[in-house]
Write a protein that binds this ligand. Structure first.
Ligand SMILES: [Mg+2]
Length: 389
């Protein structure tokens, strides 16, 4: 059995917990400190009641609910709380997985003699999290990870749902298919075209029809998604740190439209540095660089693979700048941009050339200093233009 724990309105609830004046009020956590020029990173349940959702531009959110309270995102704080919850969960099972900053997976097989039946354990965990952090969460328990995650969405907030063969039909009845993790708007639309709108309809759809419509991989996946046999279970135990990520990327929505190309390059330099640091943390290098830049009515996205993999921020920056150089036409004021490093390989070969050795030692020293004294303690000089003083 897998237990999936999803914190309720995590960022907003933490802010309400820290500042009691915000309790019971619609709260919008912005991804940046500009109230009207940001994106909603999280909304409290009081704000959600107005129809505010994360990802929405904040000026739209304030149109719907002008009296909402605004708080700028404090990622360090949320990460800190998230680690605290992780540590608490480790008291229950040695197999805890950090799915996202506010979601956790627990392999709960074999815990019954110690903590009682799964629902009992769920109650205990909810109580402990509430006592220690003042936060609510929703818990799904099921034989497979997909079902456990679905379980958290059935009675949110403060839900606790166990899905098994006996009750699954009743729970799936009338539940929209897009609640299933992995079914997005496109798949939902296709399924709707086949008359499949709800989970109970999907569960009774014949496999051959799903495969005929969606191909072997997706069709079979759809057929399996709601089944309770354990063959879809993954994410057992701690994240394997020897596993290579697929890609490492960072993006940023600029505080305003930027007309100065050099400032855009400064942001690009910063994102390249962030990507590089994460690649080094994961002990990997990447060959492919993807760059995207959004302007008011144009978006540019392109990637390039070179034979030499890198995790050096300067190199990633130079390669993305070269990609940008292929862009035709005049420079348009940029609104958002992102850099991604992919085709990742493990960093195994020690540096051969003297210059390489020096460069690597420099980056290692930089990472060490920044880890000790805080991000950007040592950073490329061009970032002085954009980093707060
Ligand atoms: Mg959540």
């Amino acid at each position: 059995m897998i237990m999936h724990i999803d914190m309720d309105a995590f960022f907003a609830s933490i802010e309400q917990q820290i500042n009691p004046c915000l309790k019971g009020k619609p709260v919008i956590v912005g991804s940046r400190d500009k109230k009207y020029r940001t994106v909603v990173a999280a909304a409290s349940y009081e704000a959600k009641a107005y129809g505010i959702t994360s990802g929405m531009p904040s000026h739209e959110a304030f149109k719907i609910c002008p009296h909402a309270e605004f708080v700028a995102c404090d990622c360090a704080r949320y990460t800190y709380v998230s680690h605290g919850i992780f540590n608490l969960l480790e008291e229950f099972s040695p197999f805890v997985d950090h799915a996202t900053i506010d979601e956790f997976d627990l392999d709960i097989r074999g815990l019954e003699p110690i903590f009682g039946p799964p629902l009992e354990l769920g109650k205990t965990i909810k109580k402990r999290i509430r006592e220690a952090f003042g936060l609510g969460c929703s818990i799904g328990i099921a034989p497979t990870w997909i079902l456990a995650k679905l379980g958290t969405k059935i009675r949110k907030p403060d839900g606790l749902v166990l899905i098994n063969e006996a009750n699954s039909d009743a729970l799936f009845h009338g539940l929209p298919v897009e609640k299933i993790c992995g079914i997005g708007p496109a798949l939902t639309a296709c399924l709707a075209g086949m008359g499949i709108l709800t989970c109970d309809q999907l569960k009774t759809a014949p496999e051959d029809i799903l495969v005929a419509n969606f191909g072997q991989t997706v069709g079979h996946w759809l057929y399996q998604a709601l089944r309770t046999d354990e063959n879809l279970t993954y994410r057992k135990g701690k994240t394997d740190t020897t596993e290579l990520p697929k890609s490492i990327g960072h993006s940023y929505t600029l505080p305003a439209e930027i007309y100065d190309q050099n400032i855009v390059f400064s942001w690009l330099r910063m994102l390249s540095e962030m990507v590089a640091q994460r690649a080094r943390k994961n002990n990997c290098l990447g060959k492919t660089i993807s760059l995207w830049i959004n302007s008011r009515n144009e978006s540019f996205i392109r990637q390039k693979t070179s034979s030499i993999p890198t995790n050096d921020g300067w190199e990633i920056f130079m390669r993305s700048k070269a990609i940008f150089g292929q862009k035709k036409g005049i420079f348009r004021p940029a609104r958002a941009l992102g850099v991604t490093l992919s085709s990742l390989v493990f960093d195994e070969t020690p540096p051969l050339l003297f210059e390489q050795k020096r460069r690597e030692a420099l980056l290692m020293a930089q990472d060490k200093i920044n880890a000790k004294y805080g991000d950007w303690t040592i950073s490329p000089a061009v970032l002085a233009r954009i980093l707060p003083k």
